[in-house]
Design a protein around this ligand. Structure first.
Ligand SMILES: [Zn+2]
Length: 201
């Protein structure tokens, strides 16, 4: 199998596969969409919310905001030594404090050093005079098969004839597109290894 890089920038990656199969391309696409760990807000504690929106509505919007940061040292909650209870090794805390009047943007969500929103201009809720929001949000790693908010981006492939398959990766901004592919290949590799050792027993 030959891999040829066509285009690569901060958010997009395009490459072609030659001497491969549609079955392999499909397996790769599915792994990239559903099994690559990405950071997203999963829990929100409201200290104050006098906006026109319900807490649940705002929490849902916060969950869909792409987050970026160095996730290498983070564990998936179910693989963490805390057994999913939540600790510094599997959680990243963000805070948001804003007083009206004005629009609350994703950029108002502040994380610890090294972590931030991928795009700071996403509108969340408009505050009127005297309205206020104060909350703490907990982000965790997750995968797209559990919820779409953990999908790293849009991944597609096409072909004119099955000899050459062209892949396009458009990141939502949380992960570098190359990182999405490398992380997906790692997952595929682990699956193949687990399968191999399961057959040995
Ligand atoms: Zn933990």
């Amino acid at each position: 199998m030959k891999v040829k890089l066509i285009k690569s920038d901060k958010k997009n990656l395009q490459f072609s596969l030659e001497d491969s199969t549609i079955a392999f391309a499909n397996a790769l696409r599915r792994v990239l969409i559903s099994q690559v760990p990405v950071l997203a807000i999963n829990d929100v504690t409201f200290i104050e919310n006098s906006s026109a929106f319900y807490d649940e509505f705002i929490a849902h919007r916060l969950g869909l905001i792409p987050l970026k940061g160095d996730i290498k040292g983070l564990n998936l909650p179910n693989e963490c030594s805390c057994k999913g209870k939540g600790c510094a090794k599997c959680q990243v805390k963000f805070t948001l404090i804003k007083k009206g009047p004005g629009m609350v943007y994703s950029g108002d969500l502040k994380g610890p050093a090294g972590f931030s929103v991928a795009d700071d201009k996403i509108p969340i809720v408009k505050l009127g005079e005297g309205q206020k929001i104060k909350l703490e949000a907990t982000a965790v790693l997750g995968v797209g098969k559990d919820h779409a908010k953990w999908q790293p981006g849009v991944i597609s492939y096409g072909y004119d004839d099955p000899k050459r398959i062209t892949f396009t990766i458009e990141s939502y901004g949380g992960l570098d597109p190359k990182q999405i592919v490398l992380s997906g290949i790692k997952v595929l590799k682990k699956k193949a290894k687990d399968f191999k050792s399961a057959l040995r027993v």
